[in-house]
Structure formats: C-alpha cells, structure tokens
Design a binder for this molecule. Structure first.
Ligand code: C5P
Length: 226
C-alpha cells in the first residue's frame, strides 16, 4: 500500500451473516459518494469459480491459483466473473456455505488481500465483510461491528430470499446462520470478532435509515480526529 492510499478514507463494516451490513454499507457509500466493496462477494465468486472449474473447495493451492487467475468486476449490484454476470447465482445459501468453507483457508485469504485493497480509491471506500477492520484495512478511518440477534438476522434473510422469488425455510435459515457464525468465529485465520477499536452497532431494533445515520455520525467524528 502506498502512502497516498492511506490518506484515502475507509469505513470498514464487519459483522455476521445477514446482519444487514451490506445494505447499510451500500447506502453509506451512496450518501458520501464513496466506492463500495462487498468483500463477501469476492469469496462467493471464488467458490463459484472453483466449482465451475472442478477445483475442490479443500484444494488450497488450486484455489490460490484460481484466485490469481479470475477476472472479477463489480458494477453496481452486479458482479462479473470472467465477463459473465453471476450476481444471482452467488447469492444463494449454498454459495454462502461454499464461500465460508474456502474463507477458512489462510493462503486463499492472503491471495485475495491485494484485490480487496485495490478498491481503496478516491474519494473513499465503504466496505463490508468479516475482517475489513482487523486485517484488510487496519488503518480504516472508522471501524464498525454491525450485528443483530440470530433470530432477527434469519427473519431478514428469509424476507430477502422470498422477495427475490427463492424458496426459503426460516428454521433451516436460522440453523444455517448459527453454523456459519460458529465457523466464521472459530477459524484461526481472520476470525469474525469485534476489535477493540471498532464501534458496536446492534441493529436488532434499528431501522436501516437509523443504522446508516449512526455510521455517518461516527465517520464525521472520526474524520476530524488528528
Ligand atoms: O458476507 P457474505 O455472507 O456474503 O460472506 C460469505 C462468506 O464469506 C462468509 O460466511 C465468510 O465466511 C466469508 N467472508 C470472509 N471474510 C470477508 C467476507 C466474507 O471470510 N471479509
């Protein structure tokens, strides 16, 4: 990372699955006119690319090689893998599970690090994931750990899937979220956790607009710090 990169503001929003961090991050980015990086999509696309290429989800060297090879582009909410739109196929629960499996592999995480840092461009970046504040952008202007109760998150994911026309089962979603949380928190490489310098934002009883407002306030305060 160059010195110039470090002068570009970053708002790093981390938290568990279906906490609403993606929605909040995208709205904060829009409000500020900043770029937005959905880092989970990078893991989802890589897992999908592996399945397409016949690379096993445990094959760490194979996944690293693939991670360096694939062409990945974001355009609004759409994601392109080697030129093909994959936004819908990577949003399924199965794709999330596959992403979470490969995300536990340290060499793969390292291979995806620079790709994520490259999104730090003027006038600023809002990014969401699990380790944006702890690993990818440790010098972020403001770090937020955004969460909500598992029941509330399962409800939100359920509604999101139904709205998109997918089948969904609330009990299965809750079970799946708990398993994914446990796997993301227990892994040795970049586990999901609130760092000491991150603000805690529990959105269980907040609206999206309230959560966005809170993040913008923290950013305004952080910006004026020397
Ligand atoms: O956020 P999303 O549900 O799209 O992420 C899918 C999976 O990718 C997560 O369950 C997590 O295991 C992994 N991930 C990660 N680090 C990130 C973003 C996502 O390990 N920064």
């Amino acid at each position: 990372m160059s010195d110039m990169d470090q002068s570009i503001p970053v708002i790093a929003i981390d938290g568990p699955s279906a906490s609403g961090k993606g929605t909040v991050a995208a709205l904060v980015a829009r409000a500020l006119g900043f770029h937005y990086l959905d880092s989970g999509a990078i893991y989802r696309v890589t897992a999908y690319a592996a399945q397409q290429a016949g690379v096993a989800l445990e094959d760490e060297p194979g996944l690293v090689e693939l991670a360096h090879k694939i062409a990945l582009r974001f355009d609004g909410v759409e994601v392109y893998l080697n030129g093909a739109a994959v936004g819908d196929v990577i949003r399924t629960e199965e794709a999330g599970r596959a992403a979470s499996r490969i995300a536990a592999l340290p060499a793969l995480r390292a291979a995806l690090l620079q790709r994520q840092r490259d999104f730090r461009q003027t006038p600023g970046l809002v990014t969401d994931g699990r380790d944006m504040g702890s690993v990818v952008f440790p010098d972020a202007t403001v770090k937020i750990f955004l969460t909500a109760s598992a029941e509330e998150r399962a409800q939100r994911r359920y509604k999101q899937l139904i709205d998109k026309g997918f089948d969904a089962n609330l009990a299965a979603l809750l079970q799946d979220l708990r398993e994914r949380d446990a796997r993301d928190a227990a892994r040795s490489s970049a586990p999901l956790r609130q760092t000491a310098d991150a603000e805690l934002l529990d959105t269980t009883s907040l609206t999206i607009a309230q959560a966005v407002e809170r993040v913008l306030q923290w950013f305004q305060v952080a910006k004026t710090r020397p």
